[in-house]
Design a protein around this ligand. Structure first.
Ligand SMILES: C[S@@+](CC[C@H](N)C(=O)[O-])C[C@H]1O[C@@H](n2cnc3c(N)ncnc32)[C@H](O)[C@@H]1O
Length: 286
């Protein structure tokens, strides 16, 4: 079987808009490849052979026109079916994350910079390669806000990357959960790969966690999910506990800040990258 392919270099703040624009048009796969230019990602988009490639290209152009940005070169190709996993593996290479870590795909042999700690990851089908801005912001926030010997809850652990980082940064214990049982399997394997003890995984969510048992919560989810789960976050967090929320679009800031405020939390810090925002908030007691 062959596939229609479009390739273009997209500024990171338009990446999700391009993918979103095509989501109703049968995009069969998206491959994101880092390029040397800062703030730009190469998108390779695959469509089924009967798709109208001209119409699809036009859809992509509208995203750039709408935001008054120059349309990049868009190349078209027809490619034969191949082993996508093997192809993807070629593009996922080791890279630094935060100030202290170096992510290494589990199949890569490489030298780790002397001032960084290695994290070996095979993301499988789970979110959490470490290349996404929302994960990077959470790692950066963790480096600044975690204190030794805390109990950390990673809600939506995906590949387990944030749970591993938490333990390497000195968490006493990390509880990592995800509603996707495949992600939990992937996280468990990555945690073992990094020889981390005191990191527990389970399939499920924050509602299964004991009240006031957690000192630091990580929620790289979506703004809607964070708002829906806020009551539970409030319940499990100890007084003066810290929550790091990521996966929020900057345009959703006001909406989510209102909810955080309503629960009496104080926002201590906001980190941004491209269109993304991470918030660090502290729980107060009346
Ligand atoms: C954006 S990924 C984050 C993965 C990883 N923590 C990272 O930062 O790279 C969000 C994850 O949350 C999980 N998820 C979605 N809704 C959830 C919920 N209500 N409770 C727990 N996990 C959830 C998804 O399955 C997904 O693996």
């Amino acid at each position: 079987m062959s596939w229609n392919q479009l390739t273009l270099d997209v500024p990171d703040d338009l990446k999700d808009a391009v993918i979103g624009q095509l989501s109703d048009d049968g995009v069969a796969g998206v491959w994101e490849i880092p390029v040397p230019e800062l703030g730009v990602t190469r998108l390779i988009l695959y469509f089924e052979p009967r798709s109208n490639i001209e119409k699809l290209e036009k859809q992509v152009r509208t995203v750039f026109d709408r935001s008054y940005r120059k349309v990049p070169i868009i190349s078209r190709a027809v490619v034969e079916e191949c082993d996508w996993t093997e192809e993807w593996k070629k593009s996922y290479r080791s890279f630094p994350i935060g100030d202290d870590f170096f992510v290494i795909p589990s199949w890569e042999e490489c030298r780790v910079p002397h001032d960084r700690l290695p994290i070996r990851i095979d993301p499988g089908q789970a979110f959490g390669t470490g290349t996404h801005e929302t994960t990077q912001l959470t790692v950066e926030a963790l480096e600044r806000w975690i204190e030794p010997d805390q109990v950390v809850l990673d809600v939506g652990t995906g590949s387990g990357i944030l749970a591993i980082v938490s333990r390497l940064l000195g968490a006493k214990e990390v509880i990592a959960c995800d509603i996707d049982p495949i992600a939990v399997q992937v996280a468990h394997a990555n945690i073992e790969r990094n020889a981390e003890d005191e990191v527990w995984t389970f399939s499920g969510s924050v509602d299964a966690v004991k009240s006031e048992s957690v000192r630091l919560i990580l929620g790289n989810l979506t703004a809607d999910l964070i708002m829906d789960l806020f009551e539970e976050f409030n319940r499990v967090l100890q007084p003066h506990g810290i929550a790091i929320f990521s996966g929020i679009l900057q345009e959703q800031r006001e909406e989510i800040c209102e909810v955080i405020d309503r629960f009496g939390f104080t926002i201590h810090e906001e980190l941004t990258r491209g269109e993304w925002l991470a918030l660090i908030a502290e729980k107060h007691v009346a």
